[in-house]
Design a protein. Structure first.
Length: 428
């Protein structure tokens, strides 16, 4: 079958994407890898899907990707702003959204092609908790680390500086304490629940939790609507800048190199537009590399600070983007575990164990009424084969295993081996 020209390509003229592919094939053949051997490197299922209609050009050359005004939307924005999308025959249009609920609804209703989205939101929709039930897909992880829990200056005036002193106050002074996260099944809810529980505070009986969109966190704390919140940057740094709160803990101190936002979409989108899904992933991988080159971070901060994206001062973004932390109550430090978008490819692989972890927490907190088949759900949602294909295009290395292990702040180890026992094994 003859190959159709990509969008904007004149007949008889080779696109940049086609040129790159031709050069890759030529180099591989020169290295002694025959065509059969080259295709042998690609899983069969991906070969059948990725080369739809005899072409690997995106079936849908223009895509709309939703995002929330947060520092970790950077790779989606940079893929568009710096033209990494064009390299793969694609046009990415970032779409600023008001809340995670809006992102969820627009994803489910196909008003967005994909989104910068909370890991746990995608799994919540997959299982019909926290919204409508729909088969969903995670194409890649977008970032590790870089969120935080902010507590109010009113708590500080009562002697609170960390989890232990918060527990002491809640035990001693009975009142309604209110903490905010950004979405019921999302990452920030899981981080604040986990942190509170690690200090002996039950997030459902000892305190009240509410949902607030990220850009509204600081304003709500300013008027006294909450004692603390968990959110992504730059809103924790903004609370310090505005002198209304302080950083009690960073999420990388809860779980070093934790998964955070993902490139999420519907499973039917991947099935209908596999080449587009692969091109999107490759373009954002390229942007992730660019952002993780530290000399580029001031420029990235300037770009995403614009009104059309995060809409705050670039300086509020840039400090923590460079790992320069100030907790607002006298401690300053250089954090090696700052927000990372690439880290040699370690960030972006959609580990099955990461997805399974969120399911264990949904079960732990009663969002799931019974144990799912943890591994089967993760294998359905996390599009590992599409990711591998995109990684090959963007020259990104792959990990040895789709599982990884860690030990969180409470000393409890996680490796994905026995998720049912893990979910049931917490004191709170």
């Amino acid at each position: 079958m003859s190959k159709q020209p990509e969008s904007g390509q004149k007949p008889g003229h080779e696109s940049q994407a086609d040129s790159s592919r031709r050069q890759f094939l030529k180099a591989s053949l020169a290295a002694g890898v025959g065509a059969a051997g080259l295709m042998g490197l690609v899983p069969a299922g991906v070969r059948q899907a990725a080369y739809a209609a005899g072409s690997d050009a995106p079936e849908k050359p223009a895509v709309r990707i939703g995002f929330i005004p947060l520092t970790d939307c950077a790779s989606v924005v940079i893929a568009s702003e710096m033209g990494f999308d064009k390299k793969y025959g694609l046009k990415i249009t970032p779409s600023k959204e008001a809340s995670w609920a809006a992102v969820r609804d627009k994803l489910v209703n196909a008003e967005l092609d994909a989104a910068h989205v909370l890991y746990g939101l995608i799994y919540g929709v997959q299982l019909g908790i926290g919204g409508p039930k729909k088969d969903m897909a995670i194409l890649m992880n977008l970032n590790h680390n870089g969120q935080a829990i902010t507590l109010s200056n009113k708590l500080r005036e009562r002697g609170v500086t960390d989890g232990a002193t918060l527990k002491k106050l809640i035990s001693a002074e009975k009142r309604e304490y209110t903490f905010a996260h950004t979405f019921p099944t999302g990452t920030h809810a899981m981080w604040i629940y986990y942190w509170l529980a690690a200090h002996g505070i039950n997030p459902f009986t000892d305190v009240k939790t509410i949902t607030v969109p990220p850009p509204q966190m600081v304003a709500n704390m300013r008027v006294g609507n909450m004692d603390g919140f968990c959110v992504g940057e730059p809103w924790n740094a903004r609370a310090i800048h505005d002198k209304i709160g302080f950083t009690a803990v960073t999420t990388q101190d809860i779980w070093k190199d934790h998964p955070e936002k993902v490139l999420g979409t519907r499973l039917e989108f991947v099935q209908k537009y596999p080449n587009t899904a692969r091109a999107m992933t490759a373009a954002i991988l390229e942007a992730s590399k660019y952002i993780d080159t530290m000399v580029n971070r001031p420029k990235v901060s300037q770009i995403i600070a614009q009104k059309s994206y995060v809409n705050t001062e670039a300086g509020v973004i840039e400090g923590r983007m460079k790992g320069e932390y100030d907790n607002g109550i006298g401690r300053k430090w250089k954090d090696a575990n700052y927000m990372k978008f690439y880290n040699g490819g370690k960030v972006n692989f959609p580990y099955l164990s990461d997805g399974m972890w969120f399911l264990t927490q949904h079960r732990r907190w009663g969002l799931l009424k019974q144990d799912p088949d943890y591994l089967a759900v993760a294998k359905q949602v996390n599009q590992i084969e599409i990711y591998k294909q995109a990684a090959a295009m963007a020259k990104v290395p792959l990990p040895a295993s789709p599982m990884r292990s860690t030990t969180l702040v409470d000393g409890v180890a996680w490796n994905g081996a026995n998720p049912k026992a893990y979910a049931a094994g917490f004191k709170i």
